[in-house]
Design a protein around this ligand. Structure first.
Ligand code: GAF
Length: 467
């Protein structure tokens, strides 16, 4: 059964009616640029073909109710929350990501209607693959579509049972572009969930594109889709999920962020994006930075350089620097930033020893997943080697699966137009976005990109999990 059919059937079973629409948002794997996004730095994620899907239908009142297929069917129906029940300090658990989006969009003046909503996913949660951002993005697209467009979203906020919206000057739903939705998702996570994340994940899942990595300057929010197609290079992109659940809310993530802010303050700059390694060394030498804060800041500064190096490698097709840059990133995250764990280190080391051309932890760390770029023919051997290494070390078995580089969030099935309003103008596909997003080919052919790596174009059978 496809995700679309599964989520539709589950919605009908629980809500007792058909959804008005279904929306999908992918997870992401960050190729490089870890813990740089809240330092105004650079990141290079890809959207993947594992997703969160949301089926939703407008309610006739202003309530908000959400189910998840991860909770058993047949249990008590979740409560219907009124607008005053949701928001910072009120929404809890996984539903806080969905309710958080409704709260932020309403707070920003969007006429978000009451909705019943059901969440289904083939993207593992807590695996460091941005299931949170995917949930925010899928819910954000659903709510903006269901809110309707144009005048109906403003003065007509009460029409068709739509929620009353605080404040005047309501923004028409369709005017929220994908960068706006990404920022809304980040706000939901920061203010409602209480996780002080940066903007990488929300941008990756909303702006990612098949066959491309998203090079994002988190300061300017300038994006560039850089061609990256592992299959065309004879490679498989493997996710090595340690199954050590990473929970970033309330974790040392916030402490790392504070250390970076402290370092920037000591150095008198807005963010660590603005300092060089020499600046840091000088500040450590005269004891303005303590040893730990120095190492945290050094990770950020060197990681930004590594992102630029990998972007150049992808643009020019000389991929030789990619493996060493990823190895350097992992070491820096392990030793300077101290966000790796024994399972991530074993996953990376065993993957490289078994033939991966590049591997590193990906995402926030403290558990979660590593990525490995592996020649297609070696993917099965790498998966087995990682599993064997986990067994030898007494770790629970990892989950190893191949992912494809995919498009960002999208609507899978059309909602019926809200009553009393014109049909919602679709939020544009990622490739239809102008403004902050640019796409450049850089004149690079796929053959040129693969020059420095073995090409195994014929797919080999691979003993890794794949949905
Ligand atoms: C998590 C956060 F949500 C991101 O903003 C980013 O900081 C990442 O950790 C680390 O690079 O995924």
């Amino acid at each position: 059964m496809t995700l679309l059919h599964a989520v539709t059937a589950a919605f009908v079973e629980r809500a007792g009616r058909r959804p008005d629409g279904v929306w999908r948002a992918p997870g992401r794997v960050n190729l490089i640029g870890e813990h740089t996004d809240y330092n105004d730095g650079f990141v290079l994620p890809v959207a993947i073909d594992r997703s969160v899907v949301v089926a939703a239908a407008r309610r006739t009142d202003d309530g908000f109710r959400c189910w998840s297929t991860r909770s058993a069917a047949g249990g008590p129906a979740p409560p219907v929350h009124r607008p005053s029940d949701i928001g910072p300090g009120r929404s809890t658990g996984w539903a806080a990501y969905a309710e958080g989006m409704a709260w932020v969009l309403r707070d920003q003046g969007l006429a978000v209607p009451g909705v019943d909503l059901l969440v289904h996913a083939d993207l593992p949660a807590g695996a460091g693959l941005s299931s949170s951002a995917a949930l925010e993005a899928a819910v954000g697209l659903a709510l903006t579509d269901l809110a309707g467009a144009g005048a109906g979203a403003g003065a007509g906020a009460g029409a068709g049972g739509a929620a009353a919206v605080a404040g005047a000057g309501l923004a028409p739903a369709a005017r929220l572009d994908r960068v706006g939705l990404a920022l809304a998702g980040q706000r939901a996570e920061n203010e409602v969930v209480g996780m002080p994340c940066g903007i990488m994940d929300q941008m990756a899942v909303l702006l990612g594109r098949a066959g491309h990595a998203l090079f994002l300057d988190t300061r300017s929010q300038h994006t560039e889709l850089v061609p990256f197609d592992p299959a065309a290079l004879g490679l498989t992109l493997l996710v090595l999920d340690t199954r050590v659940k990473h929970t970033l809310a309330g974790s040392p993530y916030a402490e790392r962020r504070r250390a970076c802010e402290r370092a920037a303050e000591v150095l008198g700059v807005p963010a660590l994006r603005d300092v060089t390694l020499a600046d840091l060394e000088a500040a450590a030498a005269d004891a303005r930075l303590d040893e730990v804060t120095f190492r945290r800041a050094r990770h950020v500064v060197t990681e930004n350089d590594r992102v630029l190096e990998v972007v150049t490698a992808l643009r020019t097709g000389d991929l030789d620097p990619v493996g060493p840059a990823m190895a350097g990133s992992h070491r820096s995250l392990r030793d300077d930033y101290e966000v790796s764990c024994a399972e991530l280190d074993v996953a990376v080391e065993s993957a490289v020893a078994a033939g991966a051309v590049a591997a590193r932890m990906t995402g926030g760390g403290f558990g979660g997943s590593a990525l490995a770029l592996v020649p297609v023919a070696a993917a099965g051997a790498v998966a087995s080697a990682v599993a064997d290494a986990f067994a030898r070390n007494g770790f629970a078995p990892p989950s190893v699966f191949a992912v494809a580089v995919s498009d960002g969030a999208t609507r899978l099935a059309c909602p019926a137009p809200p009553s009393g309003a014109s049909a919602a103008e679709p939020v544009p596909r990622p490739d239809a976005i102008s403004g902050s997003t640019e796409r450049r080919n850089h004149g690079r052919t796929r053959a040129a990109a693969g020059r420095h790596l073995p090409l195994h174009r014929a797919a080999q059978p691979v003993a890794v999990e794949r949905r």
